[in-house]
Design a protein around this ligand. Structure first.
Ligand SMILES: [Zn+2]
Length: 303
């Protein structure tokens, strides 16, 4: 019986992308294509999924990504969901900036925020939001956004997704009439981290976030993705701590091939990878034969 359940679980994702991707309705925009360094002036991690001309799903909120959100022309009032991959500074530091900037928009709808559970070194999603904008947080003047008793123009509703190395099955995180979001546990050193899969209008866009590949669940989550956004934070010859935290180009190539990805975008480049893009692409092409791009901030891709 257990085996049967596993088979059903494995089949549940492929059935979801049987629909044809209505590519002209969907856009992925890069809000931040770099990692945590002072490097070349680009923003840290952030992505935006548009449907029918409206910005609906935000993925990560790294430093500078909120500024690029403004440049993108997106309306914050349209955003339904913010998906946070993990609680390193380069992925979440603009969170409070979004909350406050949102006060000056016409937003009234609740913003749903998702992220993983915590560890000794990392906040959980719920704790992170409390520690930012809770009454005892860094910015208590913003606590009305999460206090049900207080008046505020809109509310933040945070969900902590349990992270466990023992559960590598995809989780259904969010669903509305237009979007389905799933997450999976990924390995990123001592930091609980999630990969995400966003489905809309028959299209699939997946995000690895930062991950080493050690737990192996991300390729299944990304199966059949029209676009996979993978983080290219280390070169093939990386050793030590960086190699414990991040995946090598050969792993990215194997993952994209196994998942049958239609387009691969490489982001979160760092000083150690930014000048080695030709080498990285060649290593990936040994395994994966679809299109590869190293996008700039604000670049737009149709699935
Ligand atoms: Zn990072």
């Amino acid at each position: 019986m257990k085996h049967l359940l596993l088979i059903i679980a494995a089949l549940s994702i492929p059935s979801a992308y049987a629909a044809d991707c209505q590519s002209d309705r969907v856009k992925l925009q890069i809000l931040g294509s770099r990692g945590p360094e002072f490097l070349d002036g680009r923003a840290s991690t952030g992505y935006l999924v548009w449907l029918d001309g409206k910005a609906r799903v935000l993925v990560d909120a790294g430093p500078g990504s909120a500024r690029n959100f403004a440049k993108s022309g997106a309306n914050y009032a349209d955003v339904r969901v913010m998906l946070l991959s993990h609680f390193h500074v380069d992925h979440v530091n603009d969170f409070s900036a979004y909350v406050k900037a949102g006060f000056f928009t016409d937003r009234t709808a609740k913003l749903r925020v998702f992220g993983p559970s915590g560890s000794r070194l990392a906040s959980s999603a719920g704790d992170f939001v409390q520690r930012q904008i809770g009454k005892n947080g860094a910015y208590p003047y913003l606590s009305s956004f999460i206090d049900p008793e207080a008046a505020s123009s809109y509310k933040i509703d945070t969900t902590t997704i349990p992270w466990s190395e023992k559960n590598l099955e995809p989780s259904l995180v969010y669903r509305d009439g237009d979007f389905t979001v799933r997450s999976v546990t990924v390995h990123h050193g001592a930091f609980p981290a999630l990969g995400y899969r966003v489905e809309t209008a028959g299209c699939v866009i997946s995000f690895t976030g930062d991950m080493s590949g050690r737990l192996g669940a991300m390729p299944d989550l990304a199966t059949g993705s029209d676009i996979l956004v993978a983080h290219n934070a280390i070169p093939e010859d990386a050793e030590g701590v960086p190699a414990l935290l991040h995946m090598k180009p050969s792993y990215i190539g194997k993952m994209a091939a196994r998942a049958g990805v239609k387009k691969l975008l490489l982001t979160h480049l760092m000083r150690r990878t930014v000048d080695r893009q030709d080498e990285t692409a060649a290593l990936i092409r040994k395994h994966y034969h679809g299109p590869i791009a190293f996008p700039d901030d604000l670049d737009v891709f149709h699935p």
